[in-house]
Design a protein around this ligand. Structure first.
Ligand code: PGA
Length: 242
């Protein structure tokens, strides 16, 4: 499977930024790139980036149908503007009140709209010791049970303490957590679970992107460093090396 590199712009960007980023970004060969701008810039990103680059959303409302939900955006709308991926359960959404049940509903809504959900799971700094870390991640992964059989999805292991902090796990620790996640995916989904991309996110930059390959990750979810198109392209190249 091609490695997947997701640029999570979070709440950054603007009309001029999207155009400049798209002009500067040279998509590396043989990897799947997904760019996730804020909602207002999804359509512009789709128009300005090459078709080989997929567009993704950073969140979605947890119910499928349209309706009286002021301020929300449905999965159908995201698919309609050209999204192919949706990030679900990012820790910055979980601290704002999103629950595992919300994540389960979002996963189902995204899959029903024909897009690929990317479920984020990771332990907080307080739960950084191996046993509770494993527990927190496994609890979050249970939301995947809401997905119908054999629909494509991805998992991003994002330890909360590594996001935006400049800290990353060691390659050994990441490899170990990757194995725990893989075992759970196979336990839930059978052989199909071995085909699911497991990504890592948290303080990945060009200078440390080789960690992804060393730890056997299937790609990365990149926040801050993805705002620089040239650095993000370099991360895709470095992180794609086994
Ligand atoms: P970061 O964010 O790369 O800025 O640490 C990663 C993420 O939150 O997805």
């Amino acid at each position: 499977m091609p490695k997947i590199f997701i640029a999570n712009w979070k709440m950054h960007g603007g009309t001029a930024f999207v155009a400049e980023w798209a002009a500067r970004f040279l998509p590396p060969p043989a990897v799947q790139v997904v760019v996730c701008p804020p909602f207002p810039y999804l359509a512009a990103a789709r128009r300005l980036l090459p078709s080989a680059v997929a567009i993704g959303a950073q969140s979605v409302f947890c119910q499928t149908p349209d309706g009286a939900h002021t301020g929300e955006v449905s999965a159908r709308m995201l698919a309609d503007v050209g999204c192919e991926y949706v990030i679900v359960g990012h820790s910055e959404r979980r601290v704002a009140g999103e629950t595992d049940a919300d994540c389960a509903a979002q996963l189902a809504a995204v899959a029903a709209a024909g897009m690929t959900p990317v479920l984020c799971a990771g332990e907080t700094a307080a739960a950084q010791n191996p046993a509770p870390a494993k527990e927190a991640v496994l609890r979050q992964l249970r939301a995947l049970e809401s997905l119908p059989e054999r629909v494509p999805f991805a998992v991003a292991y994002e330890p909360v303490w590594a996001i935006g902090s400049g800290k990353t796990p060691s390659a050994e620790a990441l490899l170990h957590t990757g194995e725990i996640i893989r075992r759970e995916l196979i336990a839930q989904k059978g052989a199909f679970g071995s085909t699911i991309p497991v990504l890592y996110g948290g303080s990945i930059k060009a200078e440390n992107a080789a960690l992804l390959g060393r730890a056997g990750m299937d790609g990365g979810l990149v926040g801050g460093a993805s705002l620089d198109a040239a650095e993000f392209a370099q991360i895709c190249r470095m992180g794609g090396v086994e």
